[in-house]
Structures are given as C-alpha cells and as structure tokens.
Design a protein around this ligand. Structure first.
Ligand code: S3P
Length: 172
C-alpha cells in the first residue's frame, strides 16, 4: 500500500506523514525534500532562480517517479501538487494507493503559517493581513483539487497523534 497525504501549506502533511511511516514501518517521502535533494537547492531558491513554472514541472516529474516505485511508503505532497498538470490522476482512485486530504480551516492555517512563512516562497513576502486574504482565496481555488482524495480528514484542533490514529483506523 502507498499512502499519499495532501493539503494546504501548514496542514500537517509532513509531521503526520513521519508519524504514520514510523507506525507502519514504511518509508517516509516528502516531495519537497525529494525535489530539493535532487537539485541540491532549497525550494525557495528554486522558485527565485528558476521560477514557479519550473518547480511545477519538477513536481510533476518526481511525483510520477516516486509513485512508479514498487515500495511501500507514506508520501507527503507539496501544497500545490494536486493542482497542476492533473497530478491527482496519479493517485486518486488508484487501487494500491490511499490518499488523504488533511483539511484545515482558514483560521487554523493562518495561525500556523503566520509563524512559518520564511521557507514558503508563495507567502514569504506577505504581511499578516495579506496572508489571511491570500489563504482564503487560494484555499477556495484549490478546493476542487484537494477534494480529489479518497478520504477527507478534518485536522482542526486535533493532535498529530489523534489525526494519525484516525488515518490508521481507516487503513486497518
Ligand atoms: C506550495 C507548497 C509548498 C511547496 C512550495 C509550493 C504550494 O509545500 O511545495 O512552496 O503551492 O502550496 P508545503 O505544503 O509542504 O509547504
């Protein structure tokens, strides 16, 4: 079984992915880290020097590369991965893959991202006010892609442990 976690920046994909992988004794793969390691560049510098479009092409290419392996793993996508090049078609509704949308409210995301903008090129220049407006609009635009997941998990006001246990009980 392959497990794919998706959701907006700050929804907990990486933290929950690591926890799940450890519990299941699966490999953990973070798509952003994978891309960053392949290019030996941070995500911020890929955006700054090559541009977002180049990053989206890498995301598309490496998503396929990872999903085409035979291994068992938990894969955390980048926040935008489902929304470009029909990437969701590679995991949504596939028999050997379970995908989970970690659904957080605008308020939850704002509270987390306000302290964690620096390594996120799409939001690192925003004031607090701009950030809130951006999240609201962006989440609305991305909803149709995020909901192309086998399961939707509400992550508001829940711990990493309880969200992970919820996912594990669905997988059992
Ligand atoms: C992005 C989210 C980031 C990273 C890049 C673009 C997005 O991943 O892929 O900065 O478009 O939402 P995280 O969701 O892990 O922050």
């Amino acid at each position: 079984m392959k497990i794919v976690l998706l959701g907006y920046m700050g929804s907990g994909k990486s933290a929950i992915g690591k926890y799940l992988a450890e519990k299941l004794n699966y490999e953990f793969v973070d798509l952003d880290v994978y891309i960053s390691n392949k290019l030996n560049m941070s995500i911020v510098s890929i955006f700054e020097t090559r541009g977002e479009l180049y990053f989206r092409k890498l995301e598309h290419q490496f998503l396929q590369e990872i999903l085409n392996t035979e291994d068992k793993f938990v894969l955390s996508l980048g926040g935008g991965t489902p929304c470009y090049y029909n990437n969701y078609e590679y995991y949504y509704g596939k028999k050997d893959i379970s995908s989970f949308y970690l659904k957080a409210s605008i308020a939850t995301l704002f509270d987390r991202l306000i302290h964690d903008k620096a390594n996120r090129p799409l939001i690192n220049t925003f004031s607090d006010e701009e950030l809130k407006e951006f999240i609201a609009k962006h989440l609305f635009e991305r909803n149709e892609f995020y909901t192309k997941a086998d399961h939707v998990i509400d992550v508001n006001d829940k711990s990493i442990t309880s969200i992970s246990e919820e996912i594990l009980s669905i997988l059992a």
